[in-house]
Structure formats: C-alpha cells, structure tokens
Design a protein around this ligand. Sequence first.
Ligand SMILES: [Mn+2]
Length: 356
Amino acid sequence: MTPTTPAGPDHPWDEPGFEYVSNATAAELAETLRAATRVLITTHEKPDGDALGTSLALHRGLRQLGISSQVLLAGPLDPNLLAIAGPSDEVRRFEHDGLPTPDDEPDLIAVVDTGAWTQLESMRSWLRERAERVIGIDHHARGGSVASRRLVDVDCASATQALVPVLDALGVDLARDEVAMPLFLGLATDTGWFRFSSAGSTVYRVAARLMDAGVDKDELYAMIEQNASPARLAMIARALGSLRYMSNGAVAVMRLTMEDFAETGASLEGLAGIVNTPLDIGAVRASILLTEAAKGLTKVSFRSKPAREGLGIVDVNELAAQFGGGGHVHAAGARIPSDLDEAEAAIEAVVDDFVD
Ligand SMILES: [Mn+2]
C-alpha cells in the first residue's frame, strides 16, 4: 500500500503512546546487518509486491556479501508474485514451515514494509521475545514497537525505495544477483506502475537507476500484471456484472458468490485488485467488493480514491470499523457474519454518512 496518514485515533496499526519514527540511519542498520551471521527477514501477512520485493532484495543483497539469511512469509500470496523468488532464494512459508526452529535461531531479524503488530499476528509473540534483535525498514506513517531500531521513511513510495540506501551503505551491487528486480517490483506495484501521486521525480530516478542495473520492466510487467488465469477474468466479469451504486453513484458495490467460485474455478487469492476496477469511473469515490466466504459469512473489501479538488475522501477505514474491520483510509476490510444481501443492506444503511 502507499503510505497514508489516516484520520482518527484508533488505527489498528497504531500502538497507543508510541511514536513510530526512525531511530536509526541507513548506515547504522547496514552496520548491524554486516555484523550478523544469520538473518531472518519477514514482512506483513498476505505479502504484496513491495513486501516480497523488499524481503527478496535484502535476502539477495546479504547473500552477495556472504551473510546467511532466510525470508519468512505468512498468509496467502499471489502465485505470480511468489514466482519472482528463484530456486536459490531461501523462502520459508509460515503455514508450511512454521517459525524457525532453535537450530535455525537468527541472530538478527529484519521486519520490512510494516511496523504494525496487527500485520504480524502469526509471529507476534515470537518477535516480542526477540525484540532487541529486531530491526525495521518501512515507509508507512503508522506502526508500533515491533523493531527496536528502525528506519521509517514516509517520503519513500515503497519499502524497497527505503531499502536502497541500506543496500548502498552495505556496498551491495544492485546490478548483480538480481537485486534490482525485486526492488523495482516493490516500487512499481506500490505506485500502481508509477501512476499514483506517490510517484514523484525521485521515484522515477530510482526506477531509472534500477533499470540501468538490469531490470527488464516489460518482462516484469508481463509476469505480474499480464499473467492472470481465465478464471480471474471470469470472476472480474461476474463482479462487474453485479455492479450497482450507492450514495448517488459515489460508491460502487460488487458481489461474488460461492457459486461464482465453483463455476469459474477461481480461488480467493486470485481476486486481488478486482475491487479497484470500479474506481475507473469518474464519479465513483469508493468501491466495495462483497465476497461470500461461506454460507452466512461475507468478506468485504473497501477501497477509496485520494482527495480531488472539491471532493472529499471516503474514509473506508472508518466505514470498515462499523463492521468490526479496519485497514487504512483508502483500503480496508471487514468480515460480516451474515449473507450477502444482509451485509449489503447493512452497508447501504450507513454508507451515506461516510460520503460528504
Ligand atoms: Mn509498501
């Protein structure tokens, strides 16, 4: 996700009383990494392109320096993204491999692209016990005390961008060992392939440097963005076929049923980003996708656009909170323990309050 500073005091990434800011420089973190012998690199659950890109780039950079490391990923992951990891990358999946065993005990842990305990649920207590050995590299404005020493650069459009100065301080050659490629992946995916407002001139300069270091952006784009299954397109068709509007056209709502999954053969993991499609419409300021996860259980994804002249934002973090969910101001989720019709009616009953 792009870094945002959501309104409201009770953001799920916050830790009351904790000020989430840098307390270490890139050079200091590089020195800590150089002194380590066994590093565990991890990131937020359900890793996206930036989370995976930052993890892999650090892993490959350390390998170039002869420092052993392992990447730990938790939660579902788009197979097109995971394909970026090569056979020589040491990737551990929490669901299959669990946490490192005592034999594998890391002497340093790097948490990247998040600093929020709520995004690290599956390894929360394990990380807490090792707090003094945890460093963080992030670009989000919100987070907690996960890492004892951290570099939080909210001016970076991606965590991979925030990692570049650390790799430079380490003396990693970005042009070797496919270090540049995952860096570019994070930068590209977190900026919507350089479309979002977060893609300023510095981002283009970093992207140019990574391309000069050998990144084949066309190949990467094809691997990530043009590699969908027919089932995904069938689900997009069904979602768009269900599209209706609330709040005088400002909010788009789509739904997917269990029958849609059964008939198309699509998986939940293959749905990422479908919720964004209605944001293509000029008048639409927020988009909601209701997915029937089980009979009587509806999973809801909320997205909203950045502010435009004369138009306020729809704070979907606040909207999702009405249903016990959360996230951030432009992207949030919730699980509503009712069927699709009831869930949609419950949203419709309150949504106007969030559209000014
Ligand atoms: Mn990110």
